[in-house]
Design a protein around this ligand. Structure first.
Ligand code: UDP
Ligand code: MN
Length: 284
């Protein structure tokens, strides 16, 4: 692979890969838990980390888990684009009113996800570094490009939008070029970064079940939707489980499950975990 802006080492061992992105040590911590959880599902797909400037020990730690690290550059977007999507500017123009973004979250970095279209795999399932996989999801490789779950965590209106924390893609240099050209046009502002862009680029996106990308705020806001036995991917949007944060107490069983997956010890069977407060689960 000689594509510009992407610097892979080693070889693909499969024609399919689970891919995540980490542009700093915090998200590398998340990626390690994600990959450990994926291993536990028995998948034979490659595990690929796209990264920018991680410290060498973080990269080696992930390689030791059998992960294929692929160094990438941020996208070659214009100064104007970078200024519009800079953290303070974006938070000012499109404030986050429903949850807190951690201090180590740089909106511009999100767009580097699009580099996965440059990879040497036929099929890719992208998963955010702040997620863990609780059951085998290899069937997602048979879903078409572009499939994603709705961004559901508060109300029915959420079904209008997708969440870009889990999606299916078919890498292609041609697709990547077309995306890059569309992404960075004068004055163009993507208020929720890659998520808004992907939604606009694939207006006829295919819907995945919410259980393939269950957002942690469902526990708080839509407890009736929560069924531990059905959840395949658990996604810690907004505050991260490795952070000290204001909602950690309310989300305690989820945070503890993430910690179990991040470590070497046994992980609990999610079916043994308590239901969310107010879910009335257990009623017939
Ligand atoms: N990401 C990253 N560095 C950043 C911001 C994001 O590596 O500074 C990657 C990481 O994989 C992360 C994903 O992009 O999981 C999307 O960001 P995040 O999960 O924080 O957004 P949220 O799910 O809270 O909307
Ligand atoms: Mn996320």
């Amino acid at each position: 692979m000689t594509a510009e802006g992407i610097h892979p080492t080693g070889k693909a061992r499969s024609d399919r890969a689970f891919v995540t992105l980490a542009t700093n040590r915090d998200y590398a911590t998340g990626a390690a838990a994600l990959f450990r959880s994926l291993r536990r599902t028995g998948t034979t797909a490659d595990l690929v980390l796209l990264y920018t400037d991680l410290p060498p020990d973080a990269v080696e730690g992930l390689r030791a888990l059998g992960v294929r690290p692929v160094r990438v550059d941020l996208l070659p977007t214009s100064d104007g684009f970078n200024a519009l999507h800079a953290r303070d500017r974006l938070h000012g123009a499109a404030p986050f009113t429903k949850g807190e973004k951690p201090p180590f979250h740089t909106p511009l970095d999100n767009f580097a996800k699009l580099r996965l279209w440059q990879l040497d795999y036929d099929r890719v399932v992208f998963i955010d570094a702040d997620a863990i996989v609780l059951q085998n999801i290899d069937r997602l490789f048979d879903y078409p490009e572009f499939s994603a779950a709705p961004n559901v965590y508060e109300s029915l209106a959420d079904f209008h939008r997708l969440n870009s924390g889990v999606f299916t893609a078919r890498p292609s240099a041609a697709t990547f070029e077309v995306m890059l050209a569309r992404l960075d046009q004068p004055g163009r502002f993507w208020r929720r970064t890659d998520q808004t862009f992907l939604e606009s680029h694939f207006p006829n996106w295919h819907g995945l079940p919410v259980f393939d990308n269950m957002l942690q705020y469902v526990w708080l806001n839509l407890p009736q939707l929560w069924r531990w036995q059905d959840i395949r991917v658990l996604h810690y949007q907004y505050e991260k489980p490795w952070q000290d944060h204001a909602k950690a107490e309310a989300l305690r069983p989820l945070v503890e499950l993430w910690r179990a997956h991040a470590g070497d010890g046994p992980v609990p069977d999610p079916r043994d975990l308590p239901p969310p407060p107010g879910s009335a689960s257990g009623a017939a």
